[in-house]
Structure formats: structure tokens, C-alpha cells
Design a binder for this molecule. Structure first.
Ligand SMILES: [Zn+2]
Length: 312
């Protein structure tokens, strides 16, 4: 009898693993570890200044700042992008400390917070911004008829570091492909899933800048989370290559080591594109069991599910 129960339990576990919640189970396992402590302050080079003992500010050009959190384990970077009429803060870090006063100290323009996606380490003090813009996907809009967008556990993943799941008060919806006009500066809102379903990048064609969020940064890219998809990841890479000038600098949301903001270039997007095509064709194999690590180039790797579980 006991054997029968054990077999039944095992069967149920396999069913759970094989269907919808497989990826959540993996992430739940991450959540069993203690939240990481702060790293020691790092040497950030002459281009960056420490604002206190936690944030760094780096002026990338006259109208673009990188605000770094080098002491946070995931080493997040958010970007303050200025026009003549308004400014956008693209991502806001994990919220261990409040990024808002740092951004407000750099400009008098009204600041709109725009997350690259909804993971907890990009939303910071999202609830405290008066202006919040979000990508206009039908599924999201339907959930927020009055602008109040309650995020789900699977979209936010805050349980990994004990961050409560927030509700965003959305004041502006940005269609994929729309141009966000900041006044004498235009940002193309590019839909670049599928680190998550809602991931966007921003392209400033005139300045030759791509703000890529978690779609691309130096280090391991996560393409095995709930809502990830390899096929859509490739579509995103194709979209960036089509929209960005060949000389573009690509500014990501994380780095693995100092100094300074995580800067890549369009060749890295081409390399990601080629790697995804090779994985789909089965002509390269990765290392490890779960996730599987595929090399993109010497700066970037791609973490994916084993080939038989990948979504294309
Ligand atoms: Zn993310």
C-alpha cells in the first residue's frame, strides 16, 4: 500500500515537473538560499562617482546617466535618459535603497519610470513614482482597466529575496514599436521578449544607444525562467539588429565585475542571434544539466533548459 502511495506521489511530481510549474519549482529552489549580503565597495574608475556608499553615477554622454548598484549581488545598472521636456528612468534596481532621489538629483525634468521588465530587481521603489510607463501588451492592459497593475509571483519573482509583489500605478502605456518623444530625443520602444514575456529594450538611433535591460548584458543571460522562450529570444535579437545602427553601444542591466556600466556592442547581439540559431538547429551543445550553459562569446553566455524542454 505504502508503495502505491509513493508511486502516486512520484507520478504527481513528474506531472508537475512536466507541465506548467516546472520553472517555478526551479526558482523556488533559489529562494531557499539566504538573501545575499552587500558586496564590498569596488574600484569603479575615473568615469564613475559614488553618490553614497551604495550607488554610483556615470555620465555616458550629456543626456545619459548610468546609475549603478555595484554592491548588490546582481550588480544592477539603471539608466536616466534625458530629453528637453522629460526624462525616463529605465529600471530602478532591486529597491534595497531608494534610487529616486539619486535620479532626481541629476535633472529637474519630470521623470517617468519605465521598467525593462517586471522582475523584482528592476522595479526598485516603483510604487513611489508619480509617472510609470509600461509596455502595452493586450494581456497586461486587460488586467489593469483602471491603471492598477497587480503583478503575479511568476512575473515578479520577488520571493527569491523576500521582496513583496507590488502593484504598479500605470500612467502611460507604450505600444511595442512606438516612439517615446522626450523632446529633441526619440526612443524607439522595442519589444524584446523572452527573458520574460514583457521585456522591452529602448533604441536611441540618433545617439547610437541601445538600452537592453536583461535581454542582453555581459554575463549569463537567463532564458529558462517562467515566461522565457528561446524562439521569442531570437525574435528579439532580430529586432535589435534591424533597428539599431551598426555602431550602437548596448547598455545592459547587469554586469559581473567592475569597473563601470555594462557596455556591449552590436556584434554581441549578432553573436547572440547566431548562437540561438545554432541551438535551434542542434549544431551546438551546451554544458551542464539544468540550466544548460551555451557560450555566446567571451563576454556573454546563455542559460537555457535542456534541448528537449526548450520552447521555440
Ligand atoms: Zn530579469
Amino acid at each position: 500500500m505504502r508503495r502505491r502511495w509513493a508511486a502516486l506521489a512520484l507520478a504527481l511530481l513528474l506531472v508537475a515537473w512536466g507541465f506548467a510549474e516546472r520553472r517555478m519549482l526551479v526558482i523556488q529552489a533559489f529562494a531557499l538560499q539566504d538573501p545575499p549580503g552587500l558586496l564590498a565597495p569596488s574600484e569603479e574608475g575615473p568615469g564613475a562617482r559614488w553618490v553614497d556608499d551604495y550607488f554610483t553615477v556615470e555620465r555616458l554622454d550629456e543626456r545619459t546617466y548610468a546609475i549603478g548598484e555595484p554592491r548588490y549581488a546582481q550588480q544592477n545598472f539603471s539608466y536616466l535618459i534625458l530629453g528637453s521636456q522629460r526624462a525616463v528612468l529605465f529600471d530602478a534596481g532591486p529597491g534595497i535603497r531608494d534610487i529616486r532621489p539619486v535620479a532626481e538629483s541629476l535633472t529637474d525634468l519630470p521623470i517617468t519610470f519605465l521598467p525593462s521588465h517586471f522582475h523584482y530587481d528592476h522595479l526598485g521603489p516603483a510604487a513611489t513614482f508619480a509617472r510609470v510607463a509600461v509596455v502595452d501588451l493586450p494581456g497586461l492592459r486587460a488586467r489593469a482597466p483602471d491603471g492598477e497593475l497587480a503583478l503575479t509571483r511568476a512575473e515578479h519573482l520577488g520571493f527569491v529575496e523576500d521582496v513583496p509583489t507590488p502593484t504598479l500605478k500605470v500612467t502611460e502605456w507604450l505600444e511595442p514599436g512606438a516612439v517615446l518623444a522626450l523632446g529633441e530625443r526619440d526612443l524607439l520602444v522595442l519589444y524584446t521578449p523572452r527573458h520574460t514575456e514583457d521585456s522591452i529594450s529602448l533604441v536611441d538611433v540618433a545617439s547610437g544607444l541601445v538600452f537592453s535591460g536583461d535581454f542582453l548584458y555581459p554575463g549569463p543571460l537567463y532564458a529558462f525562467l517562467p515566461n522565457s522562450s528561446m524562439g521569442d529570444y531570437l525574435e528579439g535579437a532580430n529586432a535589435v539588429v534591424a533597428a539599431a545602427p551598426g555602431s550602437a553601444r548596448v547598455l545592459g542591466a547587469h554586469r559581473v565585475k567592475p569597473p563601470g556600466a555594462p557596455v556591449l556592442d552590436l556584434q554581441d547581439v549578432h553573436d547572440l542571434q547566431a548562437t540561438l540559431e545554432s541551438i535551434r538547429a542542434g549544431t551546438i551543445s551546451g554544458e551542464g544539466v539544468y540550466p544548460v550553459t551555451y557560450p555566446v562569446n567571451e563576454r556573454v553566455t546563455l542559460l537555457a533548459e535542456p534541448r528537449w524542454l526548450q520552447r521555440w
